[in-house]
Design a protein around this ligand. Structure first.
Ligand code: ZN
Length: 129
């Protein structure tokens, strides 16, 4: 599947946003990450989820992104390289547990979905990191 033009535009806006955070706003961003993690509930699988139906969004410095992406990039002190997406090892897109998030490609994301449908998630494996 070819990523759409929208995807590339979103990616470059996203990269500019995280670059700005890294240069001058990382402490504030980390405080927001801590607040997001504290305000959410931990479920039986160790997933940290907000009380929302869809992935929670977060607003910072006038830019909005999904909370799991914000948590991942701020905590890892990086901005997304072209083509990168944040994957959920737990297959719960509402989850913001940093231990359940990993960088990958769109193709891997699609393969994850297929794999989860076939095999489910081994949460015991996730705990060991
Ligand atoms: Zn999770």
């Amino acid at each position: 599947m070819m990523p759409s033009t929208d995807f590339f535009e979103y990616q470059s806006r996203s990269r500019v946003f995280y670059d700005r955070i890294l240069v001058g706003y990382h402490d504030e961003a980390l405080r927001l990450v801590e607040r997001l993690l504290n305000d959410a509930e931990t479920d039986a699988n160790g997933c940290i989820v907000a009380d929302t139906i869809h992935p929670k969004k977060v607003r910072f410095m006038g830019y909005q992104d999904r909370a799991y992406r914000f948590v991942f990039y701020v905590r890892n002190r990086r901005s997304p390289p072209a083509g990168e997406v944040v994957r959920h090892r737990c297959n719960n897109r509402r989850c913001i547990n940093p231990d359940h998030l990993v960088a990958g490609t769109q193709l891997e994301n699609i393969e994850d979905d297929r794999d989860f449908r076939a095999n489910g998630v081994d949460f015991a494996l996730l705990l060991r990191g």
